[in-house]
Design a protein around this ligand. Structure first.
Ligand SMILES: [Fe+2]
Ligand SMILES: [Fe+2]
Length: 185
């Protein structure tokens, strides 16, 4: 089954779709928490960083609200969702260390870049499927925000000279995490 077919199948079942939205909300929330930890640990306070932080919290809240239009009960959040970003972060830190490139900034940029690439592949497909089904649900604003985040990372990266191999290795590792995430539905 293709990725699109899988999303189509999920959105065809009210309960499954509601559960899926709760998991997406949990992922956005863990993104927000990762950024919050960086903010406290390294006193990151530039304007772009702070608006990124606020956007991810809003995404989590929006997805949670959408889930509540479909189901009421709070579902168990599986490990493939809970550990998604931490596993990716650990992988990236290890790959940066191996290349003598370990720094907070490098980790933040690579992690965010890979996640935003995923968001660019996932959210527009999901939005199209919702539109095809004439659903009242929409993630249009999230798509706009995530494009801005990606552009922000691309502009940071243009002056950082990170080897492309770290980006492709991290993206490849993330592909597998996303596959495990989807396998929960
Ligand atoms: Fe987000
Ligand atoms: Fe984002």
């Amino acid at each position: 089954m293709s990725f699109e077919q899988h999303i189509d199948q999920i959105t065809s079942d009210r309960h499954l779709h509601g559960r899926f939205l709760q998991h997406l909300s949990a992922l956005e929330k863990s993104g927000h928490q990762k950024l919050l930890r960086l903010k406290h640990r390294y006193a990151m306070s530039d304007e772009n960083f702070l608006s990124h932080l606020a956007d991810e919290a809003r995404h989590a809240a929006h997805l949670k609200k959408l889930s509540q239009t479909l189901i009421e009960a709070r579902e168990q959040i599986g490990l493939a969702t809970k550990n998604y970003l931490t596993k990716l972060e650990v992988f990236i830190l290890r790959e940066l260390r191996r290349r003598n490139l370990e720094s907070n900034e490098n980790c933040y940029v690579v992690l965010t870049y890979v996640i935003e690439q995923r968001a660019q592949k996932f959210y527009p497909t999901y939005e199209n499927i919702l539109a095809q089904k004439q659903s009242n649900l929409s993630v249009g604003k999230i798509i706009e925000d995530e494009s801005e985040h990606l552009a922000m990372m691309e502009s940071k990266m243009s002056s950082m000279h990170l080897p492309t191999s770290i980006l492709t290795d991290a993206a490849c590792f993330e592909e597998d995490l996303f596959r495990q995430f989807l396998a929960q539905f």
